[in-house]
Design a protein around this ligand. Structure first.
Ligand SMILES: [Zn+2]
Length: 203
């Protein structure tokens, strides 16, 4: 079985390292509370692992994806040897499930599944918002550019001299805030609105 060197970050198991064979997104770390030592941490990484009644459960979440670290060197006979070890990092989950949920196999699986779904939905929403934001920025630049071009009497043609100036910004509506220049050499427009976070671009 491939094993993974796992490091825990934050929470009671902060800095603890364990060798695991599975790296689920959510992982239960257990500690025998009556033994006051750091090394009594263990993780329930196997599907049929269950906590003992004497163990306290702490839930951790995988940070990103496990990665491989390659070690190379030479053996006693001078031959090159190498091996790859997988590493992973888990961070303490701030909002822990209650003890009954974390302790019961079915309830724990349902909790982990719901959290996975929630995380996925949040990632998707963030992605969508970013796309919408980008679309809006592009539309704003197009609007501002159109306003400059129409202010200059139309699109640039060979022979049209360069020009520069300021017009009312059609995006934020601030008078004379959109400063622009249009090259007499290739018609490229550089422009920027003086309003914070409004449009600005270079061609
Ligand atoms: Zn503006």
């Amino acid at each position: 079985m491939n094993h993974v060197n796992v490091t825990f970050v934050g929470g009671p198991a902060d800095g603890v390292k364990l060798d695991l064979t599975r790296t689920p997104l959510f992982l239960r770390v257990v500690r025998e509370e009556h033994i006051a030592a750091d090394w009594v941490f263990d993780a329930l990484d196997q599907l049929d692992d269950a906590p003992k009644s004497t163990e306290t459960i702490y839930v951790y979440r995988l940070r990103g994806e496990p990665w491989g670290v390659h070690y190379s060197g030479r053996d006693r006979d001078g031959r090159r040897v190498g091996r790859t070890e997988k590493q992973a990092e888990y961070e303490f989950v701030e909002t822990q499930p209650d003890d009954a949920t974390a302790r019961d196999t079915a309830a724990w699986r349902a909790w982990a599944q719901a959290e996975r779904d929630r995380q996925k939905a949040a990632e998707k929403a963030a992605e969508k918002a970013e796309e919408a934001d980008l679309d809006a920025q592009i539309r704003n630049v197009m609007r501002a550019r159109d306003a400059i071009v129409s202010h200059l009497g139309g699109p640039w043609r060979k022979g049209t001299p360069g020009s520069a100036g300021q017009i009312d910004c059609p995006v934020c509506g601030t008078p004379a805030s959109l400063a622009f220049s249009r090259s007499g050499y290739n018609g490229h427009i550089h422009a920027g609105c003086s309003t914070k976070n409004c449009v600005s671009w270079m061609e």
